[in-house]
Design a protein around this ligand. Sequence first.
Ligand SMILES: [Mg+2]
Length: 416
Amino acid sequence: MGRTILHVDINNFYASVECLEHPEYRNMPLAVGGDEKLRHGIVLAKNNIAKAYGVKTAEALWQARQKCPQLVIMPPQFELYSEYSARSREMLGRYSDRVEPFGMDEAWIDISTYAPTEKDGKCIADEIRRRYRDELGITASVGVSFNKVFAKLGSDMKKPDATTVISQESFKQTVWELPVEDLLFVGPSTARKLRLRGIDTIGRLAVADKALIRSWLGASGEKLQRFANGIDDSPVMPKGAEAVIKSIGNSTTPPRDVECEADAVALLQAMAECVAARLRKERMLCTTVVLHVRKGDLYSFERQTGLQQPTRIAVELRREAVRLLRNSWDMHTPIRSLGVRATGLISENSPIQLSLFEDEAARIRREKAERVIDVVRERYGKNAISLGAAAYVKELGRIPDFEDTPLSDCAFYTGM
Ligand SMILES: [Mg+2]
């Protein structure tokens, strides 16, 4: 039997919440911007009025002000957005116990059991949109389809406050004309590879030679091609499924061995950034950091350390990983591969005892700065911003792109 899946995407989430909290700015161009003092002065979100002035997400605040001098810029209030996000999830939970959040402002819902047809699905989607308006005061776009990938695509097609149905019968007419990067998990680097070979639409990806796709993109390319053909049976995870994640890790085998500390630190920094971003996305903190090292002679070992303070700050993860490495490596025996894993995961809602030693305010600021980077990377790809190591790492070799990896293959869900 076919499935009915909705994907709900709140329109201009941060900016909508700010307009709700500050009605006096409702009819003015508004942007939510990172802290200029932290040198991450960029646009994180904007309302539709600012959009009409050409203000773009991820551009510098000074550029946005040039386009729109009267732009109201609000600092981000992530705690507040989390509250709205929780209310949104609570509302969706009334429709199904299968609600799978995707970031703060998006979620899939499986309503197959009581909405077996697209028509039923559309009715419920429209009702959900009405409830967002009436109960939360914000608008959402909803995609209705027979799988998760197309439901997500549908919610992107009409904005704001609209329902888009993508059906088994008609998806080739609607979906296949779209640019290939509109497909979920086609990140900037995959899109570049495909476009270089003339595959610029989802339809062209769907009908391309399977062996060629595999040779260009590997197994994840085949998966993307199946998505383009509407083949995606990944389930909408039931509430609380995220609790089964026991660890989040990343490892890499660079094309040449690591033989000096600077190389090792650069790799650990890049991996720590990935792991921290995943922790934030999963709304978790870790209490233990594990370093994995495989040497040139294929001998491998792991070292781990417990943390005084649960964390999801990349700088802290790297610091611990580097400390573990310094205690276990002579700094010149060639290393074939390195990995960082966060374990002892706890929910961000767990009560945490504040440290007497660390400056908690500084930690909160650091995490906020890293969250700003998450937003930019989510939209523009992993390499859009780096805390400093990316250029170095590029030279050493590629860190696996999680933006390009279908969720079910994603190493971050299984540890290493
Ligand atoms: Mg959104």
